[in-house]
Write a protein that binds this ligand. Structure first.
Ligand SMILES: [Zn+2]
Length: 290
């Protein structure tokens, strides 16, 4: 099966609808759900060299995509693992469970309007759990932040981290409070930084080759945005509403994305509130620290 694998295959673009073998024990299928938030589409990873496979993030309930997963695994799926339960990642799990022997693993879904309501893991995937098939194994790391039930999965011994939506190729992850938390997002990134990583395999976009550099870049980007939040508050006299801050803090972001940026702005303010650097009075956020 390793015949014909070129080293560059691991870093090939993640084209919408593509099926690509990244390594002898790893395939990537890109779901046909491209959008500004999902990039070229959701990446589904098939782990193992057969006869059984782990499916990571089965993606949306899309017949074409799910049929491709079943064809690439010959229907022999031992486990379906979901990094989290947003509707672009987990709805395919129930379908694959119904059509195979697969056990669905993940953390239970929180209750909010952004979750896949069909998501029912058979077993909770706890921090440190290892799930193995022939030719590969993954270790789970609970990484709250983008979503409270988010897990990243480390393919061992390769050191390849399947990051779900914690890190994305080519764009910034949206943090949706109250389930999402900027403080926990940054804490999870700092924890991932301590792992022996050699590549990041995101839930959207191509593989990233420099894990430490990418994690540090994202931490720096978030802290730079936080400084813009503080600067915006000061520019507006020390107190402002979300609507007043948004155009100042996200002047570099297309206006069409501002409804989503508004969630991340709220997440930044809540982090500052938790750190007692701002106070909240109804719609108004006020700077406290010098
Ligand atoms: Zn997500």
């Amino acid at each position: 099966m390793a015949v014909g694998i070129e080293p560059d295959d691991l870093f090939a673009p993640a084209e919408t609808g593509s099926v690509r073998r990244l390594a002898p024990n790893l395939q990537r299928l890109v779901a046909p759900n491209p959008s500004p938030l999902t990039g070229p589409g959701t990446n589904t990873y098939l782990v193992g060299s057969g006869p059984h496979y782990l499916v990571i993030d089965p993606g949306p309930d899309d017949t074409t995509h799910l049929d491709r997963i079943l064809a690439a695994t010959h229907g022999r799926i031992s486990h379906v693992l979901c990094t989290h339960s947003h509707p672009d990642h987990s709805p395919g799990a129930a379908v694959l469970k119904a059509r195979t022997e697969a056990v669905v693993l993940g953390q239970p879904a929180p209750r909010d309007e952004y979750q896949d309501d069909s998501y029912r893991p058979d077993r909770t995937l706890d921090d440190g759990d290892v799930i193995a098939v022939s030719g590969a194994g993954v270790r789970a790391f609970h990484t709250p932040g983008h979503a409270s039930n988010h897990v990243c999965l480390l393919l061992e011994p390769e050191g390849w981290l399947l990051t779900g939506d914690h890190l994305m190729g080519g764009s910034t992850v949206v943090i949706l409070p109250p389930d999402g938390s900027m403080r926990l997002y940054l804490e999870s990134l700092r924890r991932l930084r301590t792992l022996p990583l050699t590549a990041l395999l995101p839930g959207h976009g191509a593989v990233m080759a420099d894990p430490l550099g990418e994690i540090d870049r994202v931490i720096a980007h978030r802290l730079q945005r936080e400084r813009k939040v503080v600067a915006g508050l000061l520019q507006l006299g020390g107190a402002a509403t979300l609507g007043e801050l948004l155009p100042l803090v996200y002047a570099d972001t297309p206006v069409a994305m501002h409804p989503w940026a508004r969630h991340s702005l709220l997440a930044h303010l809540q982090k500052l509130l938790e750190e007692r650097r701002v106070a909240q009075d109804g719609e108004c956020w006020a700077w406290l620290a010098a």
